[in-house]
Write a protein that binds this ligand. Structure first.
Ligand code: ATP
Ligand code: MG
Length: 271
């Protein structure tokens, strides 16, 4: 079953009428991880921002993003606010930007939970500790009293994953969630995403430049170039038999560079 279906998505900048994403259609299957890959500037982030309704005011979108029987592109900002977080949860590249720098992790966590669920403070705290335990955050009470700048990037991404576990959204969208992390944290955070999929059956859209990570995590892959989809398919099929010349280039470059992910594993094993 598809949780989300995007069809004929077009995104453009009204200031100069530049088309950023064109004629993009893809489906996101339940309990599966759909990866979006492609060179920098190909429109990956703009696509997921359109799904989430978080574009700059000068950006316009047309087409369909079907989710629970409604076109997300036609929803009021009030409706989208309700969908974001509770139903579609976004994890960004920079964990720090997701948290209010002037609040402790505890108050940010609580604020997000109370916006999205009806529960008492005691229930919220129980849920917070439970979800932190699930992503193996040690000394959760100590972490909760800290401010974002006192925690590492890996820790903040782990907290975001804990938050998503507490909210149980229909889809998690992760836009390069490991890019700004050191090698060991990257490895650990990818493993947390693996667990999200395997243990909790979470449906995901995962954007990454690291094809090693994509191959390990994704079930289905969408390849974008210059704002358009150039290829899509089950991950092993696309990796083993890429049809489009750009996909062939991506896959071959990766082979030539060696598999980053294997390197990561080595580094972690030797750490
Ligand atoms: N705020 C913005 N306003 C206008 N145009 C934008 C804006 N952000 C991005 N763009 C345009 O959209 C294009 C696609 O950007 P996008 O951020 O989706 O790329 P991306 O595939 O996510 O790249 P990267 O891998 O570097 O994150 C960019 O080349 C840029 O021209
Ligand atoms: Mg991007």
């Amino acid at each position: 079953m598809n949780v989300l279906e995007t069809s004929n998505l077009k995104i453009w900048d009204t200031r100069n009428n530049e088309v950023i994403v064109n004629n993009l259609s893809f489906a996101v299957e339940e309990h599966k991880c759909t990866a979006i890959v492609g060179e920098s500037g190909s429109g990956k982030s703009m696509t997921v921002k359109a799904i989430n309704g978080i574009h700059k005011p000068w950006i316009r979108c047309e087409g369909n993003v079907l989710f629970e029987g409604q076109n997300l592109l036609e929803q009021s900002s009030k409706n989208m606010k309700e969908i974001r977080g509770k139903k579609i949860f976004m994890i960004f590249q920079d964990g720090m930007s997701a948290f209010d720098p002037s609040c402790t992790i505890h108050s940010s966590f609580r604020e997000i939970l109370s916006e999205n669920m009806c529960s008492t403070k005691e229930e919220e705290d129980r849920l917070i500790l439970q979800s932190m335990d699930k992503v193996k955050l040690k000394n959760p009470k100590e972490i909760l009293d800290k401010y974002p700048h006192q925690l590492s990037g890996g820790m903040l991404q782990r907290i975001m994953i804990a938050l998503s576990l507490a909210l149980e959204p229909k889809i998690i969208i992760a836009d390069e969630p490991t890019t700004s992390l050191d090698t060991i944290s990257q490895f650990e955070i990818v493993n947390e995403f693996m667990r999200l999929k395997k243990e909790y059956g979470t449906t995901m859209i995962f954007i990454s430049h690291d094809l090693g990570v994509v191959r390990k995590l994704a079930d289905f892959i969408i390849v974008m170039k210059d704002g358009e989809k150039v290829e899509e398919g089950p991950v092993e099929e696309v990796f083993c038999h890429p049809q489009n010349s750009y996909t062939q280039y991506l896959v071959n470059t990766r082979k030539a560079l060696g598999e980053n992910y294997k390197k990561l594993i080595k580094v972690c094993q030797n750490a």
